[in-house]
Design a protein around this ligand. Structure first.
Ligand code: NDP
Length: 288
């Protein structure tokens, strides 16, 4: 029966470490790290993520300002906001909550963020630094996964890591991180056109599911003893819950747990790590 990797516990340890480091930083008379969060429109999920980031920042002593704009803001106006934040010496990190409304080009906005303040690690310069192994900001979800592996003493050196999903926010940056010297995994990245995916998944010592399909990874796709990291967040209907749904991952947890060596739950696995890494990045922005 797999050991459950407790993302809530590991994330709370990291938040505690950030809090101590923020205290050490401000105790010398310097101002607290500052994160500017830009939210456009009224998408409830985006608003809830932004509230979560603001609350987590406050808990560790990071100041965060949420700048909220109507859905009707133009691309030019939003670019001007980003430029103003780039120039503001009291702002250390800038985060633009995605997705943006359809009339605004996400890429153009992300590319306008100063790479020194790009705590989400989405700017092409940040992605480039990551891919050639230079120091920089860590991509939040992938770096959170690496921290989960490290703090659970999962051997990555020489391990075969199979990642299902090639998105720019999870699959690709995770592949880059897992390939890094010091982490040293052998990486296979799968996607919707991959042939023989179940057989590839069965070769994984570390199997990462970042697909966005409930229960995609079944027991027959997992090698006995493998570490299974579930990034997916999917709503499935559940009339027994007041809200009518529950959240499940991309892995069929109940079927896979008896086979795997380690497994992350959903919720409570990768999810809490994402914000913890964002806090680490904001601290880094203020202190380097
Ligand atoms: P994307 O939709 O951007 O990417 C999904 C990937 O899965 C694509 O590469 C796609 O392949 C691949 N895929 C889809 N269907 C199949 C299939 N049948 N077989 C093989 N591969 C397939 O998703 P994200 O990476 O943004 O997110 C993935 C999941 O992780 C979502 O559930 C999301 O909510 C969750 N998530 C969780 C986070 C957290 O903090 N816990 C953070 C970010 C995401 P192709 O490229 O060929 O289309």
């Amino acid at each position: 029966m797999a050991h459950i990797i407790d993302g809530r516990l590991i994330a709370s340890q990291i938040r505690q470490e950030v809090k101590q480091a923020v205290l050490a930083h401000t105790s010398t008379g310097r101002r607290a790290p500052n994160l500017a969060v830009v939210l456009v429109g009224e998408d409830p999920a985006s608003a809830s993520y932004v509230r979560g980031k603001a609350k987590a920042s406050a808990e560790v002593g990071i100041e965060s300002d949420t700048l909220t704009f109507a859905e009707t803001i133009s691309e030019g106006e939003l670019l001007a906001v980003v430029k103003r934040l780039n120039a503001d010496h009291n702002v250390d990190g800038i985060l633009v909550q995605l997705p943006l409304p359809a009339h605004i080009d996400d890429t153009r906005i992300i590319n306008a963020i100063s790479p020194e303040k790009d705590v989400d690690c989405f700017h092409p310069a940040s992605v480039g630094r990551l891919s050639i192994g230079l120091d920089g900001y860590a991509p939040a979800t992938p770096a959170g996964i690496v921290l989960l592996l490290e703090r659970s003493n999962i051997e990555t050196s020489g391990a075969h890591c199979v990642i299902i999903g090639r998105s720019n926010i999870v699959g690709k940056p995770l592949a880059n991180l897992m390939l890094r010297k010091g982490i040293d995994a052998t990486v296979t990245v799968c996607h919707s056109r991959t042939r023989g995916l179940p057989a590839l998944a069965r070769q994984a010592d570390i199997l990462v599911a970042a697909i966005g399909r409930a229960h995609f990874v079944t027991a027959d796709m997992v090698k006995p003893g493998a570490t299974v990291i579930d990034v997916g967040i999917n709503r499935v209907s559940d009339p027994s819950r007041e809200r009518g749904y529950r959240l499940v991952g991309d892995v069929d947890f109940d079927a896979v747990r008896p086979i795997a060596g380690h497994i992350t739950p959903v919720p409570g696995g990768v999810g809490p790590m994402t914000i913890a890494v964002l806090l680490q990045n904001t601290l880094k922005a203020a202190t380097t």
